[in-house]
Design a protein around this ligand. Sequence first.
Ligand code: FNR
Length: 199
Amino acid sequence: MTTYKVGCLVGSLATASINRKLCQALMRLAPKGLEMEEISFRDLPLYSYDYDSDFPPAARAFKAAIAAVDAVLFVTPEYNRSIPGGLKNAIDWASRPYGANSFARKPSAVIGTSPGAIGTAIAQQQLRSVLSFCNSPQMNAPEAYIQFKPGLITDDGDVTVESTREFLRDYMSEFHAFVARVYTVLPRTASPSGKLKPE
Ligand code: FNR
């Protein structure tokens, strides 16, 4: 099984984030072929293209972290029927400067949890639109809209409901297969600018 590095972007900055809990659960359920780590965007200032000629250290570090992984997993809450501002800000940083979009040709997947019945569905659709513009090949299926109920995931990232645990395990296996497929048809010859180098 080929191993791929996956950077997790957790959309919430909250200390008790249920989406970070979900991310911890996904890390535990991932197949051996996925090496997962969270990439924090907490220290990023608000993006402006005034920075494009000279990114601050936090933004350089963030962009380097995205560049270092083979794929990105977005685990996001829904805030006011969209993605949280902090996550959008992080995506804007990584997509710039123009011509150096870190998401270009980098496979991604989207998942999220909310106490509400639609489990972040609207935020996920909006995120998919952003990722399309960023030219990130996205896993289309399975979709995963997780309704969070108290006790669903322990502080250690253990999923207490077996059907949900197996669904999430399958989701991560599918993500591994998807990443492998993307790199079969799009070998890693892309430069940091996202433009393909000649073979
Ligand atoms: C919410 N919440 C929420 N839930 C939802 O299903 N749809 C929504 O549009 C919103 N909007 C919203 C806005 C803001 C500003 C907050 C703080 C919360 C509730 C949300 O799902 C809940 O607080 C989750 O706990 C957020 O996930 P994290 O941050 O705990 O991972």
